[in-house]
Design a protein around this ligand. Structure first.
Ligand SMILES: NC(=O)c1ccc[n+]([C@@H]2O[C@H](COP(=O)([O-])OP(=O)(O)OC[C@H]3O[C@@H](n4cnc5c(N)ncnc54)[C@H](O)[C@@H]3O)[C@@H](O)[C@H]2O)c1
Length: 376
């Protein structure tokens, strides 16, 4: 298959690697020619490391690199059967690229976008042939994270989601099909993991290290919310939350945190700037959390109940099948189990009670329960 990738940044080059590893001929284009070079050199280094670790053979590395070529203009995409766009997260710029692209590609060429937060329908509607357009949302790092959310717009051809779903399976990914709603599956359902954790710290109920410790020890999460925000980038996480909040017409459930805004303003972005909720400079020691059984239990149940409530609401709205909702959280953000299953295990009555108590205390719509929760 001839695949085109537009944008050779973090995601674009990762997706190119996935396609090339699976035998596709891949053309990569970036508006910044230097970026393609940097990305290709980076990819060579990544592959060489995989050879050193005996994860792939030297022949496979040669094959992958031979499958990737550089395009110097969008015209070069004329023979592509599938093009995945992974450029800057800006609707106007993406639309401009699609408009030009459609002048060069064949009638049957499928165009996908890796956007995290722009409505697929709003992008697709600007195309001459909106039925060929679909969201294909990989997670970072694309070669390692199994999940791919496949998101048809209201105008996408009805047969296209299954086609892309099957292709992603062939590429060794775990695809799920999601409705075109802000945050799709993962970035919507996971919001309370960060939002509620930030709130707990903002209200001086606990420290970041206590929240992280509680979620890891009681919930078996691989990383606590603050460790994860530092990894993702505090600024990036803040921007996703802000977008989701606006796109849901300012639903208080997704209200961003002032603490996170201040951290972003201060460029305390986490690992990439050397300091976030934790200090990553040389010799810095991670604070040791003060263990507190009752507090940990409260933190864990508060955050988990908010997450389960989100999953139940997503089920109620038919954002994806139950199976896909469960898979998405496990394969996209490494949750130790699906949230619907988790709700069953701890008891939906308990989840409902935790939310009711929070609502009683705060009198905020943020803690409203999904109408489905009481019927679960
Ligand atoms: N980084 C993530 O964790 C992540 C995860 C999933 C999805 N996404 C989405 O993937 C897309 C790309 O994100 P990224 O993190 O790879 O960004 P990035 O900044 O690493 O790369 C974007 C690339 O696009 C290029 N570009 C900008 N305008 C262009 C144009 N008009 N034509 C061609 N190339 C252009 C830039 O030169 C840059 O190399 C965004 O839509 C983002 O929302 C990102």
């Amino acid at each position: 298959m001839n695949v085109g990738i537009i944008g050779a940044g973090t995601m674009g080059i990762g997706i190119a690697q996935v396609a090339a590893t699976n035998g596709c001929k891949v053309l990569v284009y970036d508006a910044n020619a230097k970026q393609v070079e940097t990305a290709t050199v980076g990819l060579e280094k990544t592959l060489a490391k995989l050879v050193d670790k005996q994860k792939i053979s030297a022949e496979k590395m040669t094959e992958i690199l031979a499958n990737i070529s550089i395009a110097t203009e969008l015209k070069d995409f004329k023979d592509c059967e599938l093009i995945i766009e992974a450029i800057i997260e800006n609707k106007e710029i993406k639309t401009k690229v699609f408009t030009e692209l459609e002048n060069h590609v064949s009638e049957s060429c499928i165009i996908g976008s890796n956007t995290s937060s722009i409505s697929i329908t709003s992008l697709g509607a600007e195309l001459q042939k909106p039925e060929r357009f679909i969201g294909i949302h990989f997670f970072n790092p694309a070669p390692l994270m199994p999940l791919v959310e496949v998101i048809p717009s209201l105008l996408t051809d009805k047969s296209l989601p299954d086609k892309i779903y099957n292709l992603m399976k062939e590429w060794g990914k775990t695809p799920v099909i999601a409705k075109d709603i802000p945050g799709f599956i993962v970035n919507r359902i996971a919001r309370p993991y960060y939002g509620e954790a930030l709130r707990i710290v903002e209200e001086n109920i606990a420290t970041p290290e206590q929240v992280d410790d509680a979620m890891k020890t009681l919930g078996n999460f691989k990383m606590g919310p603050f460790e994860l925000m530092d990894l993702i980038g505090v600024d990036v996480n803040f921007s996703v939350t802000t977008t989701v909040y606006k796109e849901y017409f300012y639903d208080p459930k997704y209200k961003p945190s002032l603490l996170q805004q201040r951290m972003s303003e201060a460029k305390l972005h986490g690992r990439k700037t050397g300091k976030g909720f934790y200090d990553y400079s040389e010799g810095a020691e991670k604070p040791v959390p003060q263990k507190d059984e009752v507090l940990y239990d409260d933190i864990f149940h508060r955050i988990l109940s908010m997450l389960i409530n989100e999953a139940v609401e997503a089920k109620r709205l038919g954002i994806a099948s139950d199976e896909d909702l469960e898979l998405a959280m496990q394969k996209g953000v490494n949750y130790p189990k699906g949230l619907l299953q988790w709700g069953k295990e701890i008891g939906y009555d308990l989840v409902s009670e935790v939310l009711e108590n929070l609502y009683d205390e705060y009198q905020e719509d943020r803690y409203r329960q999904s109408p489905l929760l009481r019927r679960m």
